[in-house]
Design a protein around this ligand. Sequence first.
Ligand SMILES: *[C@@H]1O[C@H](CO)[C@@H](O)[C@H](O)[C@H]1NC(C)=O
Ligand SMILES: *[C@@H]1O[C@H](CO)[C@@H](O)[C@H](O)[C@H]1NC(C)=O
Ligand SMILES: *[C@@H]1O[C@H](CO)[C@@H](O)[C@H](O)[C@H]1NC(C)=O
Ligand SMILES: *[C@@H]1O[C@H](CO)[C@@H](O)[C@H](O)[C@H]1NC(C)=O
Ligand SMILES: *[C@@H]1O[C@H](CO)[C@@H](O)[C@H](O)[C@H]1NC(C)=O
Ligand SMILES: *[C@@H]1O[C@H](CO)[C@@H](O)[C@H](O)[C@H]1NC(C)=O
Length: 558
Amino acid sequence: MLFENKNMGPIVILVLINMSAALAYNCLPRDYGHGSIVCVCNTQHCDAIPRVQKVEATSYIVYTSDKAGQRFNITTNKFQRVKRDNKRGYFSKQGCKQQTLKDYPMSRRKHYRSVKKLWNITQKTETETKEILINQDVTYQSILGFGGAFTDAAGINIKSLNKDLQNKLMRSYFSDDGIEYNLGRVPIGGTDFSPRGYTYLDTDEDEDYTEDLLLTTFQLAKEDYSYKIPLIQEALKLRNNLLLLGSGWTAPKWMKENRKYNGNFAYLRKEMYEPWANYFIKFLDAYRNHNITFWGITTGNEIYFAMGLFKIPAVLWTPEEIKDWIRLYFGPAIKNSSYSNIKILTNEDNRPTLTHSLDTVFSEKQNLEYIDGVAIHWYFDHDFNAYILDETHHKFPDKFLLYTEACNGMAPLKPVLLGAWERAEKYAKNIFEDLNHWVVGWMDWNMALDLGGGPSYIENFVDSSIIVNATGQEFYKQPMYYAIGHFSKFIPRDSVRIYSSQCNSEVEVVAFKKPDGGVVIVILNTSDSIQRRSIVDAVKGQISLELSSHSITTVLYW
Ligand SMILES: *[C@@H]1O[C@H](CO)[C@@H](O)[C@H](O)[C@H]1NC(C)=O
Ligand SMILES: *[C@@H]1O[C@H](CO)[C@@H](O)[C@H](O)[C@H]1NC(C)=O
Ligand SMILES: *[C@@H]1O[C@H](CO)[C@@H](O)[C@H](O)[C@H]1NC(C)=O
Ligand SMILES: *[C@@H]1O[C@H](CO)[C@@H](O)[C@H](O)[C@H]1NC(C)=O
Ligand SMILES: *[C@@H]1O[C@H](CO)[C@@H](O)[C@H](O)[C@H]1NC(C)=O
Ligand SMILES: *[C@@H]1O[C@H](CO)[C@@H](O)[C@H](O)[C@H]1NC(C)=O
């Protein structure tokens, strides 16, 4: 079931000349019959994205990827003068988001008013607007970045490729001709995407629960030496502003009530609160010995929701208990260590936990001082409106919101779907939604998995943005990779979100001002038909776009 797509345009001669190291700027498409194509990277070929080149003030650049097979197809054009009619009439029709002032959350009304003033918005026009209005003067959150996780599974798959391909894969994520990831999540010990369950304080005997309260036998695992450390070092060479976030899954069995890595009652024994806090310091020390320093650390992966329902290794907490652990042990341990500047992120769980759990943790004033940000996972987002993000932001305005995990393919029968555009669209929709609701960054889960969506010692197979075929010595860039890339490559750290009108059915929009003064606008067309849209920037002029069906477009100008 393998169809080479013949309609992808000529394969550039350059590719044939540069056999190995160089990346070529075109996709080598392969259609596995799941709706769209993957781009194949092998020893001869791997697609790259040209470095972003600034264009003159009268021009703009458009990058397009779509279901039909375009991948970062580039066109440039010149601004048109703004048509008079486009200056009004867009918070218009039924079904349009944020239709009236009343629909605006309180705190955003002032933004609405300033926009309204600038554009003379009329609220009750009859037709849905085809204009996307950009206002560079109305600003929101600053962006931290985008990235993925250095899981053991990712490491195993990347290391199963030859050196040349390993390099191409890492460059695809981290280099200037890749999608320029600048965040990396690093599991502290084993996860469900490890070849085995482990911590850094295991005794050899499975049923030996000897306690080591001073953590004297703490040592990194072979997985750290074989996979995580070498790959993180590679990534740091490719992107020197890469920020690393450490997340812990389970504590050693002897620290836990159920004496297991996972399952029901996987709570920490109360007398282990202090050793478990010190365990994080030991981890940071161990990585520092390899010249790897962390920007941030979380209070634990999925501490409320992993429950016993799943087989995922975890330390479980009630909100009350973790509130006390952070205040009495974790916060003081970090602040009294040489890592006192590290960012502490709490929650690291799904949207539903953003109300009660977070309120409980922050009911303790001391915790408001310890905690810098809130980590969120995407798995329940379809059931929880994004206004919960706005609410969280307004309740705790100095705590940043960061998405730290997402993946597709949880349905057990189809973990990996090569070339599935709907999975790219699902990623993109979530990124649009989160960024439009105060989130400062977004991270994918495993950076690479095998054809079966693993390895995972608990067989929790899922999809990934890059799938490795070790037998064939090639890897496949999934549509999801390009979906993230339409944001990660073009929205550098410290870009600031600016106003973009949200009254466009079938089209999602988000816009940013970059530190270099440029503007980035990302647009998603989920429609089955071509949509015509105009971008109108009062300062710059008008851009007419014809968005192909099921496409993601990034527009860039200075
Ligand atoms: C890229 O875009 C140009 C201009 O819109 C178009 O002519 C060309 O066919 C596109 N390339 C692909 C591979 O679709
Ligand atoms: C807004 O509307 C007022 C009154 O209709 C008009 O005087 C003004 O010029 C308009 N401003 C812009 C920016 O179009
Ligand atoms: C860490 O960096 C220092 C200075 O660059 C170097 O001398 C040392 O060998 C490095 N250590 C490791 C484990 O890479
Ligand atoms: C901080 O560390 C010092 C030395 O390691 C120790 O004596 C002190 O008790 C610690 N303070 C807290 C609040 O943990
Ligand atoms: C993986 O590579 C092997 C060996 O070249 C090949 O037979 C197989 O079809 C490839 N798998 C996929 C999904 O392309
Ligand atoms: C979205 O795609 C559909 C289907 O091709 C197309 O008709 C429509 O013009 C596109 N919309 C935009 C805004 O590009």
